[in-house]
Design a binder for this molecule. Sequence first.
Ligand code: GLV
Ligand code: MG
Length: 350
Amino acid sequence: MLRSPRDFFKPKAVGAPEPLREIPVRPSRMIHFFDPSNPKMAAKVGDIARQVDIVLGNLEDAVPTDRKIAAREGLVKIGKETDFGDTQLWTRVNSLDSPWFLDDMIQLVTEIGDKLDVVMVPKVQGPWDIFFVDQLLAQLEAKSGLKKPILVHAILETALGVANVDDIANASPRMQGMSLGPADLAASRRMKTTRVGGGHPGYLVRTDPDPNNPEAPRPTAQQDLWHYTIARMVDACAGVGILPFYGPFGDIADLVACEDQFRNAFLLGCVGTWTLHPNQIGIAKRVFSPSPDEVKWAKRVIEALPDGSGAVMLDGKMQDDATFKQCQVVFNLAKLIAGRDADYRELYGL
Ligand code: GLV
Ligand code: MG
């Protein structure tokens, strides 16, 4: 049971900003993670911010217990001192069942709430988790006099969260999007992979034996462990106008498999991915920006159907109202990216 539609867009605390009616769609090809407790990483944040669409100060997993406070305080300092230009600043706070979540929220929102675009909430189980974060954010925004609502991004990384993915997507007007968290999700489901994202050689299908040659090798094809979850996440997000993302790819040295994983997510509808290492940034940029050839083709189709209706043949391929819409998806994304990224503006000729 959700709130009355009449109340859905009312601020949840007196003095909190009005919720947004539409989630802003900005180029979001990569969410680059950094550890604010690591002084070497912290020193590079300004430079990194110029190369990526989103930088995220991570307070949760991968930050050791004895550096949780240093990470939080480091992020406050970085938030205050860094000029992020038009690059978004996000944070991943600790989970709701941790001893750090409450102080993460209080300190970040009251001290750098005006700089923070999105709070990523890990290990979300159901809409109740979002209701809680939503209410708390409203109180803290009101207390800090913030004018712009801080948005919420859920990590889809528990079995129960996947079962509730539609209700999570719809839980609050603050919901900006979701990311797949393949590591925690594998553990939560008791999947037997120890990898962070990507394929697994054991997950495959095999052809039948050849009746005339039963001993002959039987070709196999590796299947995608993450297809089901990504597809469910994309539908849940697209259905309510919020944005789906792939999450971490843990094998930093395997750039080829990383690119494949990113591209599968892009083709299925994700807008971006996490990048954990600088060497994944270029891959994310290349994969989540449509290829110049696709953009050229999309433009041709759009121009061939000036009012978006009817049917024409282009290079032997049927085009109609639906392909017009498909091409608009690609072309509008290209325009969005061209508005931010001069290299792609040139590649697309826009
Ligand atoms: C990300 O947080 C994951 O668990 O994969
Ligand atoms: Mg996780």
